[in-house]
Design a protein around this ligand. Structure first.
Ligand code: ZN
Length: 232
């Protein structure tokens, strides 16, 4: 079987406003690897999207988590319950927050920010902290440090793209010249930017990681937020 790369559109409504994120599925031979999996409660939407490309959750062999944010790993524990054989991969720097061995950095950040929020933002801040506390941890099965070459889809290079979070990773699919950016790059008004720079745990590092991805001069950049960036 030739390999295939699919973008899933996972849409959910939050207080009336719809949001969409774009997990990617890498298929080759008997392998089907999902990259990021959406929010808490997103599994039914992921299942519908998988069905559109002829897959079920049970067909997934792997899940790569680019980092520990709730919109990327929120559905991971539910996904594993639906498919106990799935192998979950993340970087060693994200693993403690994904497995719940350490308090997620994003929650630590949100709790710290809560103290400085203006009164009209307090309720939003509290709700966000509550949401982050509801993310179910999952154990990882394999670590991706960055720099690895995997034989997925004709060659997949793991790229360390820290900044948004310390252990963020992106993937370069060499055959297709496609980068799966995670949150190292988002698309805003057709332009590549760092995702939510105000929340980057290290803003300078995040900028450097965006530059690193652009320097790859890939044909296409599959952003988790926004869309596909085609440089040419
Ligand atoms: Zn995100």
């Amino acid at each position: 079987m030739e390999h295939e790369i699919h973008r899933l559109a996972v849409t959910m409504a939050f207080q009336g406003a719809e949001e969409t994120v774009y997990p990617t599925v890498l298929r080759d031979g008997g392998r089907a690897v999902l990259v990021d999996c959406g929010w808490i409660g997103a599994l039914p939407v992921v299942e519908r999207e998988l069905k559109n490309i002829g897959l079920s959750v049970r067909d997934l062999t792997g899940l790569v988590l680019t980092h520990h944010d709730h919109d990327h790993m929120g559905a991971a524990a539910a996904l594993r319950r639906a498919n106990p054989d799935i192998k979950i991969y993340a970087s060693p720097a994200e693993e403690p927050f994904i497995s719940g061995r350490e308090k997620p950095l994003r929650l630590q950040q949100a709790e710290e920010m809560q103290e400085t929020l203006p009164p009209e933002m307090q309720e939003f801040g509290r709700a966000f902290c509550e949401l982050l506390r509801r993310v179910e941890p999952v154990e990882t099965d394999g670590l991706l440090h960055g720099g690895e070459w995997l034989d997925w889809c004709g060659g997949c290079r793991v790229i360390a793209t820290p900044g948004h979070t310390p252990g963020h990773i992106s993937l370069l699919l060499e055959d297709e010249s496609i980068v799966i950016t995670g949150d190292a790059m988002a698309l805003e008004n057709g332009l590549p930017v760092t995702a939510n720079p105000q929340f980057a745990l290290d803003r300078e590092e995040a900028e450097a990681s965006l530059e690193k991805l652009l320097a790859l001069k890939a044909r296409a950049y599959y952003c988790y937020h926004g869309g596909v960036y085609l440089p040419n």
